[in-house]
Design a protein around this ligand. Structure first.
Ligand code: DX5
Ligand code: ZN
Length: 221
């Protein structure tokens, strides 16, 4: 399982809006829509004011899915938990620049553990904060809502940071966006250079998930 090479636009459903009591079935549904990755939002009630899932749940899910597990750690001290998430079976770890004093060391550590690495920045955080780190990542995540909850309003100003991030990383590193992504906002972020589209509410809050994923894909063709 590898992070798909750049050159394609990938829709990455976020399970935050799925039925957490039926997660394996929910993930199987999107697997049928030919997505390559699923986005797992990990929240600790400290870095963000909400709590979701951790390595225990992820390790159970691993048995039920062949999808690439794109984990998004909205937690304090991500370096302390890196091994646990890798052991649980994630394929990729994105952590927040606001939560880690030595981001380059953590990226090296993640690569050493055999997973791809991503850095994420909150809507208020300037791109300068990640400019030295971003080229060492496999994917850079630009938050287009404040992290912590699904179904929030897309922040148009924060999305513009994708342009600068794409300039910094060039064509070979994925640029992911997260928050308020739907068929209306997709053309905007893809126009700025994003190629990896996290969508929670726009997929899992819809009855027909396959149609919902297809609608996002079609909106940027
Ligand atoms: C928010 C999470 C997102 C969330 C996005 O903190 O990081 O991944 O699921 O939800 P939507 O797509 O509903 O804005
Ligand atoms: Zn996320």
């Amino acid at each position: 399982m590898e992070l798909p090479k750049t050159g394609t636009v990938e829709v990455v459903p976020s399970v935050l809006s799925a039925d957490f009591a039926r997660l394996a079935d929910e993930i199987a549904q999107i697997e049928a829509a030919d997505v390559k990755m699923v986005h797992l939002d990990v929240m600790d009630g400290h870095f963000v004011p909400n709590i979701t899932i951790g390595p225990v749940v992820i390790s159970k899910l691993r048995k039920y899915s062949k999808l690439f597990f794109d984990s998004h750690l909205m937690i304090s001290q991500p370096a302390e938990y890196a091994e646990k998430f890798v052991e649980a079976g994630v394929n990729h770890i994105t952590f927040h620049v606001e939560a880690e004093e030595k981001p380059l060391e953590l990226i090296d550590k993640l690569h050493g553990l055999g997973v791809t690495a991503g850095i994420c920045l909150n809507p208020e955080t300037p791109v300068e904060a990640i400019k030295d780190v971003a080229p060492h990542c496999d994917m850079v995540l630009v938050m287009t809502v404040r992290p912590g909850f699904g179904a929030q309003q897309f922040m148009a100003e924060a999305a513009k940071k994708v342009i600068k991030v794409r300039e910094i990383v060039g064509p070979d590193i994925r640029v992911e966006v997260d928050g308020g992504i739907d068929p209306e906002t997709t053309p905007i972020v893809v126009g700025y250079g994003a190629d990896t589209l996290v969508a929670g509410n726009a997929v899992f809050a819809q009855t027909d998930r396959l149609a919902a994923i297809e609608a996002i894909r079609q909106s940027c063709r």
